[in-house]
Design a protein around this ligand. Structure first.
Ligand code: HGY
Ligand code: MN
Ligand code: MN
Length: 417
């Protein structure tokens, strides 16, 4: 196999990404593709067809992780895996996750075009529900693969309509016990994920490739405040116990706790604030906040979580409101495998691309795949670092560069004895 014959079909990646973006519940250029929605099911079917066209064997597990495999000459050896996600949070962009899935497919096709099969099989994975949109917790598919999410608890997760994951996955044709999803120890030899940076550093520094050395530790909380509600005109202020007030105080406290953590790496966001019954002339009866807290340092993130928890309790008591605090997830940071990082750097050099080491402030399925196999990530620049917005953009040449580095890295790892 002569990798000098490697050629990446840049325009095909662009066409397939554009087609995938059409499977959306939001009008272009925004993309909304939530777990097992009609758009998600259509995207899964499209991807399966592309993989079958490339001669890959396609299978789905009980939670909907999609596996597309290029059989190696020694199929009994643990495979090398790559992949990412195709679900998209509401009104976001078309590159988050999809570059790693369609880019992984093009990396495999490019290697196929070079000739012989790899020693180890190469498997492309589209992970189910990397985004937390439907169930409040992200990386459902990779958590279950890594065995760090209890299957019964996962099946019992309820969305805003009260639909459990068990009910939902059944409608999507994902049958079987969730306990069957967990990978056997040593199932994969290595895992590498290609992803847009979702930050400004590569573009700012004029660097083509990021070799990710660590992934920040994400946590999420759901806080509910409750009060009697009532008529906006008839209930005097002295008689009110309005849950929106502790919620408003808590949003400010969340921001303050992150800013005062002692490091710029701590970030915290109140991305959801639902007011019920949401009527101008009705005093709120229930207010729900969903809070995202991250840091590259686990203990520092946990200290901020404790502060937020104490503030949430205090503000609820002050307002004489019902207070319920639920930790949705609080995951450790991940360290990427040094040998794969070195392989990524060597692949970038062979491709004539500049490369720098960096951390990922966004989380990815790699955070959990690192618990199942030695793992690392390849970043490519995205315009102005914008992500989770319709303006998200990655240049075709940047994607082609990332795919070439992924292909070279996969070949290197799949050739290992
Ligand atoms: O939120 C994240 O970091 C990822 O994009 N789901
Ligand atoms: Mn995302
Ligand atoms: Mn992503």
């Amino acid at each position: 196999m002569d990798l000098d014959d490697l050629s990446i079909d840049e325009s095909r990646i662009g066409r397939e990404l554009s087609r995938l973006a059409e499977f959306s519940a939001a009008p272009a250029p925004a993309v909304t593709r939530v777990l097992f929605s009609p758009e998600d099911l259509a995207a899964r079917a499209y991807l399966s067809d592309l993989a079958a066209e490339a001669g890959l064997t396609v299978r789905t597990d009980a939670v909907g992780n999609l596996f597309m495999r290029w059989e190696g000459s020694q199929p009994d050896l643990p495979a090398v895996a790559t992949g990412s996600h195709c679900d998209a949070i509401p009104h976001s962009g078309q590159y988050d996750g999809t570059v790693g899935v369609l880019g992984g497919l093009e990396a495999i096709r490019a290697l196929q075009r070079c000739g012989s099969a790899p020693r180890r099989s190469i498997e492309l994975v589209m992970f189910t529900a990397e985004e937390p949109t439907r169930y409040g917790i992200g990386c459902l598919g990779s958590r279950l693969l890594a065995g760090v999410l209890e299957p019964a608890a996962a099946d019992a997760l309820k969305d805003a309509e009260g639909t459990t994951l068990a009910q939902l996955r059944a409608t999507a044709g994902c049958t079987g016990e969730l306990a069957s999803v967990e990978l056997a120890s040593g199932h994969y030899h290595r895992f590498v994920e290609l992803h847009i940076e979702q930050g400004p550093l590569l573009e700012r520094d004029g660097v083509d490739i990021g070799a990710v050395t660590a992934i920040a530790a994400p946590a999420a909380l759901r806080v509910k405040y409750g009060g009697p509600g009532g008529h906006a005109g008839a209930v005097l202020m002295v008689d009110r116990r309005d849950p929106l007030l502790p919620a408003a105080r808590l949003a400010l406290a969340v921001d303050r706790a992150a800013r005062e953590s002692g490091a710029p790496d701590t970030v915290a966001t109140v991305g959801v604030m639902d007011v019920h019954p949401r009527a101008i002339n009705s005093i709120p009866r229930e207010v729900t906040l969903e809070i995202d807290v991250r840091d590259i340092d686990g203990p520092r993130r946990d200290a901020v979580l404790e502060q937020i928890d104490a503030s949430a309790e205090q503000y609820g008591n002050d307002a004489r409101c019902m207070t319920a605090i639920e930790v949705l997830n609080a995951d450790p940071p991940a360290t990427c495998d040094k040998t794969i990082v070195a392989a990524i750097e060597a692949a970038a050099a062979a491709a004539g691309l500049s490369c720098q080491r960096m951390i990922s402030r966004a989380y990815h399925d790699s955070l959990f795949m690192s618990l199942a196999a030695p793992t690392a990530m390849i970043f490519i620049p995205c315009r102005e670092g914008i992500s989770h917005r319709p303006e998200e953009f990655a240049a075709p040449s940047a994607m082609a560069g990332g795919v070439e580095v992924l292909a070279r890295t996969l070949w290197q790892l799949a050739s290992e004895k």
